[in-house]
Design a protein around this ligand. Structure first.
Ligand code: ADP
Ligand code: ZN
Length: 748
């Protein structure tokens, strides 16, 4: 350890500060404040930590310290206080750290706009093509055999069609620095420093939300919420409104009242719904909306943070992290589509924005409104027990009617079709034909990208697996490669089975790419577009497709869950769910709930205008209760049956889950580490431990994965379990990574 202060004469000290650092160390560190430097809780400071310069947040200031003075270093500087953490957010960060078992510094780091972290850095490294295009194309092919990471990087930059931020290249290709560096060395790419492209989410001009007269259900909801905002009672409401029931209009009216009271509000929407359409609905009514989304540049994010901090903007609209918007005098937090899993962050700190919204509401005496057509069992459970107040919108507002739903039993399809992997049933085909004739639009939903999820050898029955992960690779026909959806590793398609040398592999199952091909073949005259992570890689692609669909330049839109939510297109009169079963058999207690939610949301895209809508749900399991309930638009009956299942199995809402995941190159190490971690849990009351056992995906990127799941049946036993498990800092070793996940959204 380097003792910097021992070599520099100590400057006069006026006070001591506690500093939270973004490290997995669950304590704060004491530094001295030299005379002439002033710092308050919430300020960002730069300190020397074991020889490293780190940014941190001041959490407390005091006149004295118990530490030996020779040991206490001075802070190096206070960073410009453009961005400070207000006291209420400091308190929220403490709650977050306590709930999710992370350090205060990690919790605070999640709150800051990244401009604060990467101060002054306005120019970012980009990669662009240096070699001529045809040369680069040839290199993609040449490199793919022996240097596939390089090939992937080069192809990604080529497809992006311009200087691509290095950060995005690495994230998309899941590669380290060495592939792009080698490509630069060989003169194929070059690194350029460019100002960040400013990509503002411009509200769609044609999205002015018409100010409807409220219907009686909407009015009742608005009155109830506004009543609590007025008296500053931090109540949580669950707004359960069927798809198209006008929840947005309810939010807008409440926002009007909040603003009339001079207070501020935060509106959280799933990242996927953060479109110009959504933003336009809010921005057209209010002049002072700050939009926070992941596409913002650092500079822009910092500017929005400033506007909010100074009270120039009073409404923050954004995805998960907009919850931390530093608004003044918070009156309301809306969490729209509260059932969406994207509100849970899947990296440290693994917080759930819905749960933290409620905590923030308590801290700042603000009302929280959770809205959904398919509330989670946790939320509806709390509403029924009176912890939340339930508001319902049972009917579609305006002209729309809930669609007619047809369940198409795929077991009845002709054998030869089934063997080919049924893509489109006769029923769906006939209906599509009708819609195309009458110039209506069709949405086809399939929650699986690629051409086929498995490439199977008909000789020995082996599927092609990823070398680094224990999953089969998905065949992507357009790029002509097998892709691992867990680590992005790619392979060329083998001519014959690598195990038994049988010639010819069988494409098993269907993905969106195969569906697109099938539709184009069946309806050559139709204009077909596909929306999934593969086709949406290019900048602005999402907006382009949606805008073309709105203008009716597209007849059939095929997509993954990207098209399942929020789209409001009046001429969509047919929605086809190509396979309702894709998520039904995943080993997760929420499989049925997720299936129901998805089916219900997708179905909700039909019949939103004056014309009646039809939904065709294709399934091999028409008797499954999730499918049946979705087909009948019957949320209550689904909840009733699902609650029985949860009660018997002891899953949420009848327990709170804590998942501990260990990952190591050596499988035994992961296993042994968990066996040690489970010991203190034995004998605790009101808990049940599943495992330790290998995770469903037993290996990812050469790391073997073991996990255990702790069901805690009481708040007290949850606290006890958290304490018994201890911290990541205690558990992890240099060679074994540990993840603590409270209320996990994935059990894979
Ligand atoms: P949800 O979010 O509940 O799915 P939206 O807020 O998108 O529903 O509203 C669905 C449609 O109903 C929108 O086109 C909206 O303009 C319209 N709408 C909302 N409230 C009313 C109302 N009171 N009368 C008529 N139309 C309404
Ligand atoms: Zn892999």
């Amino acid at each position: 350890m380097t003792e910097l202060t021992s070599t520099t004469p100590p400057a006069p000290v006026t006070a001591y500060v506690q500093v939270a650092l973004n490290l997995p160390l669950r304590r704060e560190f004491t530094y001295a404040l030299p005379t002439g430097i002033d710092a308050k809780p919430g300020n960002r400071v730069r300190v020397n930590f074991h020889g490293r310069a780190l940014g941190g947040i001041v959490t407390a200031v005091s006149d004295t310290t118990d530490l030996p003075l020779a040991k206490v270093k001075s802070i190096e500087s206070v960073l410009d206080d453009e961005v400070t953490i207000p006291p209420s957010l400091l308190e929220l960060a403490r709650a977050m750290a306590a709930t999710y078992g992370c350090s205060l510094g990690e919790a605070l780091d999640a709150m800051l706009p990244s401009v604060a972290k990467r101060r002054g850095q306005r120019r970012l490294p980009h990669l662009e093509l240096k070699a001529p295009r045809d040369l680069a194309l040839a290199a993609v092919v040449e490199l793919e055999e022996k240097h596939q990471a390089q090939s992937r990087v080069l192809r990604t930059v080529l497809e992006f069609g311009g200087p691509m931020p290095l950060f995005d290249v690495r994230r998309r290709t899941n590669t380290s620095d060495s592939p792009w560096q080698t490509l630069c060395k060989h003169g194929l790419l070059r690194k350029v420093m460019l100002a960040e492209a400013l990509e503002e989410l411009v509200p769609a001009a044609d999205e002015a939300a018409f100010r409807h007269d409220l219907n009686e259900h909407q009015q009742r909801a608005v009155d109830n919420v506004v009543g609590k905002v007025r008296v500053r009672e931090p109540r949580t409401f669950l707004l359960h409104g069927v798809t198209g029931s006008g929840k947005t209009e309810v939010y807008l009216r409440i926002l009007e009242e909040v603003r009339a009271l001079g207070r501020s509000a935060i509106v959280l929407v799933p990242e996927i719904s953060l479109t110009p359409q959504t933003v336009g609905r809010f921005a057209s009514r209010f002049p002072d909306v700050a939009v926070l989304h992941s596409g913002l540049t650092d500079a822009e994010r910092g500017r929005q943070w400033q506007r909010l901090l100074q009270g120039k903007a009073k409404i923050a609209v954004g995805a998960r992290s907009a919850l931390f918007a530093p608004v003044q005098d918070l009156g309301l937090i809306v969490v729209d589509e509260e059932h969406e899993t994207s509100f849970k962050q899947d990296s440290t700190p693994r917080y759930h924005a819905r749960e933290m919204a409620i905590v923030r509401g308590q801290i700042e005496k603000a009302v929280v409104v959770l809205g959904s057509a398919t509330p989670t069992l946790e939320s509806i459970g709390k509403a029924r027990r009176g912890i939340y107040e339930l508001l319902t919108l049972p009917e579609r507002a305006g002209a729309g009617r809930l669609p007619k739903i047809v369940v198409q039993d795929l077991r009845g399809e002709p054998k030869e079709l089934r063997r080919a992997g049924v893509v489109l049933s006769r029923t769906l085909l006939v209906m599509m034909e009708e819609r195309l004739k009458s110039k209506d639009q069709v949405l086809l939903f399939l929650n699986r990208r690629g051409y086929s999820p498995v490439l199977l050898c008909p000789g020995c029955g082996e599927a092609i697996k990823c070398d680094a992960c224990s999953v089969s690779m998905t065949w992507h026909a357009r790029v002509g490669r097998l892709v691992c959806h867990w680590c992005s590793h790619e392979k060329r398609r083998p001519e014959m089975c690598p195990t038994c040398q049988h010639a010819g592999m069988h494409e098993l199952g269907i993905g969106t790419e195969r569906l697109e091909a099938a539709v184009k073949q069946r309806f050559p005259q139709a204009i077909v577009a596909r929306m999934d992570a593969d086709t949406m890689a290019e900048r602005g692609a999402h907006e382009r497709v949606l805008s073309a669909f709105r203008k009716k330049h597209i007849d059939v839109l095929i997509g993954t869950q990207m098209i399942a939510k929020g789209l409001d297109f009046p001429d969509v009169t047919l929605v086809g769910v190509v396979s309702a079963d894709t998520g039904l058999f995943v080993p997760d207690y929420r499989a049925a709930e997720r299936t129901f939610q998805l089916l219900h949301q997708v179905a909700g895209r039909a019949g939103r205008g004056e014309k009646a809508g039809t939904v065709v749900i294709q399934t091999f399991c028409p008797d499954n209760y999730a499918v049946e309930a979705a087909a009948k638009n019957d949320y209550d009956s689904f909840v009733q049956q699902e609650l029985v299942f949860r009660k018997i199995t002891g899953y949420p809402p009848f327990s709170r889950l804590l998942r501990v995941l260990a990952e190591a190159r050596n499988e035994q190490e992961a296993q042994q580490l968990l066996q040690k971690a489970v010991a203190p849990l034995r004998g605790l009351a009101d808990i049940e431990v599943l495992g330790p056992a290998p995770a469903v995906i037993a290996k990812v990127k050469e790391q073997w994965r073991w996990h255990m799941l702790v069901k805690c049946f009481q708040p007290s036993s949850f606290a006890a379990a958290m304490a018994a498990v201890g911290t990541v800092e205690d558990l992890a070793t240099r060679t074994c990574r540990i993840t603590l996940d409270v209320d996990p959204s994935s059990l894979m």
